[in-house]
Design a protein around this ligand. Structure first.
Ligand code: AMP
Ligand code: GLY
Length: 422
């Protein structure tokens, strides 16, 4: 079976290793991949947003299944385009990807289908947005760009001045381009955040996994926001009772709503949730797996990933997958000192490969091969993951593995999954 994976980060490295170990006989390609993907796949030098070139490659190389990692090609309509060429691809259509690509679309859908979320207002006009915030007397409030902004388009503001500045940034200065032409202003919700990932054919949930990630750069959740510095799975908040609620009050109505809006969602629905004293609310939806959450959820998935994906594509009669509950995972991101601001690249990486491959994983992200050497090429360089019967066991393994990877300026948080109840 010829498989094409699209993307270049730690998420795609985790998908790749799982597919590599599939019981299906696979010949894997990855576009564009990274410095660690050569061991598992043929690297193709096409960027993940170059949809037409990717489709030509898939046609010429008789690709049987394409799996898309990042949100940008999905929002650009890669699934619709591949399907129009008769190519099989896993991910939501352009219409369905609006659940991530347009926060106003997602919020209106949630309102219409009674899905619990923060109260909000949508603005296309800067003057009306400015007028509205003058009427508010409780802070913080949250100001969001409507469109994709690489996770950076959210401002939690503590007073009127900050609110005015955030609106100026988004609507006047267009710091996120067209993504900030429309904004959402919403109520601030306080609680514990966690994420749930539903593999779905658009109607049924085929697998349900959970994780928590760490967005701040430094220990104790200090410092600037990042793409994610670590994660663990499962989320302790994902109890049986909460799971029932999330399925019946959040995931099922969302899938139904999307189907009714001619946006049937086939793929992985990422539910960014928050547990408060008043219950569980949706903070955001994404239209794909998370990074670095994938690096911890995929190793706990006790089924063949290709079979799971094929079942979402309606090919087989596949039953709900329950990940091994005794299987827990902790992932630590090894970054270049200075990230998310300025950091050095092209630093030689050495990896000691003598670790137990049954319970430990190394997933590349910001790495490349240069003159035959493995070197750093990004801020988040690799994710190391340990699995085990308890979070503590998984955590110890992950931190042990941090010493197996060395490069100049290596930096990582020391408190990932610390004090997490098993
Ligand atoms: P989003 O891109 O919508 O997930 O927002 C990024 C982050 O901002 C979330 O992970 C939360 O930590 C925070 N956030 C977003 N919306 C809210 C809200 N309504 N209340 C509190 N925090 C929020
Ligand atoms: N870890 C957050 C995301 O993938 O959007």
């Amino acid at each position: 079976m010829n498989i094409l994976i699209i993307g270049e980060g730690g998420r795609e490295s985790a998908i790749l290793q799982k597919i590599y170990n599939s019981k299906n006989n696979t010949n894997i390609f990855i576009a564009p991949g990274n410095g660690g993907t050569d061991n598992y796949a043929t690297k193709i030098n096409i960027k993940s947003d170059n949809i037409t070139q990717l489709a030509s490659f898939a046609l010429e190389n008789k690709i049987d299944l394409t799996i898309v990692g990042p949100e940008i090609p999905l929002s650009l309509g890669i699934v619709d385009y591949f399907q129009s060429k008769g190519l099989k691809i896993f991910g939501p259509s352009k219409n369905a990807s609006r659940i991530e690509g347009s926060k106003s679309f997602a919020k209106n859908l949630m309102k219409e289908f009674n899905i619990p979320t923060a109260k909000y207002k949508i603005f296309n006009d800067v003057n009306l947005a400015m007028k509205y915030i003058q009427t508010l007397d409780t802070f913080p409030i949250v100001v969001k760009a409507d469109g994709l902004a690489a996770g950076k388009g959210v401002y939690i503001v503590n007073n009127l001045d900050e609110a005015i500045n955030s609106i100026k940034d988004l609507m006047d200065n267009q710091v996120f381009g067209n993504s900030g032409k429309t904004i959402v202003i919403e109520e601030y919700i306080n609680g514990k955040e966690f994420s749930v990932f539903a593999f779905t054919d658009g109607v049924e949930i085929k697998a349900l996994l959970s994780a928590c990630d760490y967005k701040k750069a430094y220990d104790n959740d200090e410092g600037p926001n990042t793409g994610g510095m670590g994660s663990y799975s499962p989320a302790p908040e994902f109890t049986e009772t909460n799971k029932e609620y999330i399925v019946s009050k959040i995931i099922k109505p969302t899938l139904k709503g999307l189907e009714q809006k001619e946006s049937k969602f086939v793929g992985v629905l990422y539910c960014g949730l928050i547990l408060t004293t008043k219950g569980i609310y949706v903070i955001e939806f994404n239209c794909r797996l998370g990074d670095p959450e994938t690096q911890v959820v995929i190793p706990t998935l006790n089924c063949d990933l290709i079979e799971l994906i094929e079942s979402c594509l309606g090919k087989t009669n596949f039953k709900f997958i329950k990940p091994k509950i005794e299987n827990k995972a902790v992932g630590v991101v090894l970054s270049s000192n200075g990230y998310p601001y300025k950091y050095a690249i092209d630093k030689k990486i050495s990896i000691n490969n003598t670790y137990n491959k049954d319970n430990s994983y190394i997933f590349h992200a910001g790495t490349k091969i240069y003159n035959g050497n493995l070197v750093t090429s990004g801020g988040r360089v690799l994710t190391v993951v340990g699995t085990g019967n308890s979070i503590n066991q998984a955590r110890n393994l992950a931190y042990k593995l941090c010493d197996n990877v060395n490069f100049e300026n290596k930096f990582y948080r020391k408190d990932i999954a610390k004090n997490i109840e098993d």
